[in-house]
Design a protein around this ligand. Structure first.
Ligand SMILES: [Mg+2]
Length: 428
């Protein structure tokens, strides 16, 4: 089933989109095969050949390797079966940080409204820059040229009137392209695309939609929302319809990362909840350590998981008394993780924990009843003991390195990504 533009009113016509006259213009800029591109730039012998970055898990694959089906997140052994002449390099992580930062500086020379969402991609709101540099498409073109000439890396840019659509457009522009969706043409642009292009549609949702004949975004709009809701749930149905109609009220959050300390780990796709919990424990340990190193504590703990798609599910709790001990983070984070995992049975490819609403560490803390009932709350005897233990562990690690003390449940952790890679996502 598909709906061609102008094929007549379906059961749910798209409402008229704009009436205010002002249309925000967003760019989503995303470096292509970032780590692999940096390696190819720095080591010309790697240019033009199938190569990947990462020893155990493929963290990035060159386009030459992708032609063989090699994808990030795959075990290197599986990648070699697909592509026997694959060249695998370990990666130079400090270089990636440096180059990613240089690219973001280029973005900031065009607009202060830059929301970096990972080391190699960002949303930009250029609505206020058009009178300076030309229209949004021209700004996208200039940014691509500057990144290519000043840094030497390929980058794709999507231009649209919402963040979601800008991201869809940059994915469609890859590799090394620019795609601007005209104002007023958004729904027509989306209609022929696979529903997989929409943020939030993973394999399970895709299968459920296929079963009712929904393959394209246009199909999605032609199905009554009640029927969609019966397949994917009411919340998801409303969310998908909004995206299909290009309704996305999110703004660029240029200061979003300030005031939060988090850590995440990309993992091999797994439906094993124990594995996800084990990863969470390691991340809570890292975050706790970083909070304590900065003499900070935080009141809000957020746990997020990513399903292939990519679809992010996150859960938060805000407690009365700020926490910083690893044990408190684990106690608060565990039920959040369970809750996020229960939302779908799909495999998990990333786990993240972050602490926000940060405050300076209190040297003395009163024992107060807290709203979460956590046994390890900071003022309790158990909380104080946990904190002392954390401090001792931190000191041993400062002296002898991170591997000197390890939680027993983390020993034998072989399938995870290198610490340097995680640290890329922890720049705050
Ligand atoms: Mg990228």
């Amino acid at each position: 089933m598909s709906v061609a533009p102008g094929s007549g009113p379906g059961p749910h016509r798209v409402p008229p989109v704009r009436d205010t006259g002002f249309v925000a213009r967003f760019l989503h800029a995303d470096l292509d095969a970032f780590y692999a591109s940096v390696e190819q730039l720095l080591h010309p012998e790697l240019a033009g050949i199938p190569m990947s970055v990462g020893g155990g898990v493929v963290l990035a694959a060159s386009y030459e390797a992708r032609a063989y089906g090699v994808r990030s997140g795959m075990a290197v052994s599986a990648a070699r079966r697909l592509c026997p002449n694959l060249t695998v390099v370990n990666g130079s992580f400090s270089k990636y940080v440096e180059m990613g930062d240089r690219v973001v500086e280029i973005f900031r020379s065009y607009t202060p409204l830059v929301e970096r969402i990972s080391i190699d991609e960002a949303f930009l709101d250029v609505s206020g820059s058009i009178h300076l540099f030309g229209d949004e498409e021209e700004i996208g073109r200039r940014i691509r040229e500057a990144v290519s000439s000043d840094v030497g890396l390929p980058i794709s840019v999507g231009v649209a009137s919402t963040k979601h659509l800008a991201k869809v457009a940059s994915a469609a522009a890859k590799p090394d392209g620019l795609l601007a969706v005209p104002v007023g043409g958004e729904v027509e642009f989306l209609a022929p695309l696979s529903v997989r292009a929409l943020w939030g549609i993973g394999p399970t949702t895709h299968t459920r939609l296929s079963e009712i004949g929904v393959e394209t975004v246009g199909d999605l709009l032609s199905v009554p929302e009640s029927q969609l809701a019966s397949r994917v749930g009411g919340g998801a149905a409303a969310h998908l319809r909004a995206l299909a109609e290009n309704r996305d009220p999110r703004q660029v959050q240029s200061g979003r990362k300030a005031g939060s300390i988090g850590s995440q780990s990309a993992i091999r796709a797994t439906a094993d909840h124990e594995e996800a919990h084990r990863v969470l424990l390691g991340l809570a340990d890292r975050v706790g350590r970083r909070l304590r190193a900065k003499s900070k504590m935080g009141r809000t703990v957020t746990v997020a998981i990513r399903h292939p798609g990519p679809r992010l599910v996150s859960r938060s709790i805000t407690v009365h008394d700020a926490v910083a001990s690893t044990e408190a983070l684990v106690e608060l984070g565990r039920p959040l993780l369970d809750d996020a995992l229960s939302e779908s049975g799909e495999p998990v490819t990333l786990v993240r924990i972050a602490v926000s609403h940060l405050e300076d560490e209190h040297p003395q803390q009163l024992e107060l009843p807290v709203d979460d009932g956590a046994a390890a709350r900071p003022g309790s005897a158990k909380g104080v003991a946990h904190r002392d233990l954390d401090r001792q562990v931190d000191q041993v690690r400062d002296k002898y390195g991170r591997g000197a003390v390890q939680r027993a449940s983390l020993l034998g952790d072989g399938g995870s990504v290198p610490d340097e890679f995680r640290e890329l996502a922890e720049k705050d």
